[in-house]
Design a protein around this ligand. Structure first.
Ligand code: PMP
Length: 351
């Protein structure tokens, strides 16, 4: 065993199951049920012949495209290998053994791993009993802060004005607002970057833009904060966004209408699913993401997840305090959600 002692107790991240092409309905990893747009596929094919050449380490075309779409300057944009990489760079840039990170106790599991791998202490701030984040808990906390907005796995959103209060009261620290799920109807905190030099917005092409497998994340912040994060990338992996992914990202921005239409379909399917789950006796949190967090009353959540799996439907369940009674169900196409409805009716013996 050569692994350093300090790494041996690293927690394992358990991603959702990845069965592919074997007939499973995948409502467990918050992917899009819709394929990438035609321009994306063509852009990837167009790059294949150029693989012998290094990709643009500055992601110039992609940053320009994103800047145009969102009304910011290219220097306020960063692109990374998935948003996980941007989170990782930000953790390395702004936290270490003596600079802890504050975050909700129930949130995206990867933050724990990044922090553990680099000896970054975490200050876990409990969600309120109703699973919302109380922004007042973070006022003047004096630490780097990270949370998804909407939060995962709850789907709850913190209004931008509350995020602004957090940023204002912690001027010496960076507030990382992980907007992985923002395109499904939540209010963005993007305008805050103009006023607060300590706000970093993290986004991804994995959810709303059907590119989870391409690994493309992006972020917005004031120019100097972006430059600081680029310092970390330069030291770790300069060419981290490959040329096919960069071209795919540019094409996806050009075809943005297609993706926003898909988001509207997912929002409709989410509303349908929320009503359906209520009718089936679930308690359902009011999500603004492409998933719902729901508590079945008729059966233990873990048992229901196992029974859905037997019927070919994957959902997410965590055997963890506070949330073991809940399932996180990704919102797929309307047909997939109707298949879920049929399966639940069968399991509950109501069909
Ligand atoms: N943030 C949150 C809250 C997520 O749920 C995920 C997806 N698991 C990510 C970031 C990372 O997404 P990706 O690396 O695919 O961009």
């Amino acid at each position: 065993m050569f692994l350093l002692e300090k790494h041996r107790s690293l927690p394992a991240y358990t991603p959702g199951d990845h069965e592919e092409g074997d007939g499973f309905i995948r409502l467990n990893t918050n992917e899009s049920p819709y394929p990438p747009s035609p321009g994306v596929k063509a852009a990837i094919a167009g790059e294949a012949g150029k693989l012998g050449y290094y990709n643009d380490p500055d992601c110039t075309a992609l940053r320009e495209a994103l800047a145009g779409l969102y009304g910011v300057k290219p220097a306020q944009v960063i692109a990374t290998n998935g948003s996980d990489e941007l989170l990782y760079f930000a953790f390395l840039a702004f936290a270490d053994e003596t600079h802890p990170i504050a975050l909700p106790d129930i949130t995206y599991g990867y933050y724990d791993l990044f922090a553990a791998a680099h000896g970054i202490p975490l200050v876990k701030v409990p969600l309120k009993a109703d699973f919302t984040i109380d922004y007042r808990d973070y006022l003047g906390i004096g630490k780097t802060i990270v949370f998804p907005n909407p939060n995962a796995p709850t789907g709850y959103v913190m209004p931008a004005e509350q995020v602004a209060e957090i940023a204002k009261s912690n001027p010496e620290n960076v507030i990382i607002v992980d907007e992985a799920y923002v395109d499904f109807g939540a209010e963005t905190c993007l305008p805050l970057i103009e006023e607060y030099p300590n706000v970093l917005i993290v986004r991804t092409f994995s959810k709303s833009r059907s590119m989870a497998g391409a690994r493309l994340g992006y972020g917005f912040a004031c120019e100097s904060l972006i430059a600081e994060i680029e310092t970390i990338r330069n030291a770790i992996n300069l060419y981290s966004v490959n040329r096919m992914t960069q071209a795919a990202g540019v094409a996806a921005v050009k075809e943005n209408d297609y993706y926003m239409a898909n988001c509207r379909r997912i929002i409709e399917a989410r509303e349908y699913t929320t009503r359906m789950l209520h009718e089936q006796g679930f308690e359902v949190l009011d999500s603004k993401a492409n998933f719902v967090f729901a508590k079945p009353k008729a059966m233990a959540a873990g048992v229901l997840a196992a029974q859905l799996r037997e019927r070919g439907i994957l959902v997410r369940h965590w055997e963890k305090d506070r949330i073991r009674d809940y399932l996180r169900i990704t919102i797929g196409s309307m047909q997939e959600m109707q298949a879920l409805e049929c399966a639940i009716e069968m399991i509950f013996g109501r069909a």
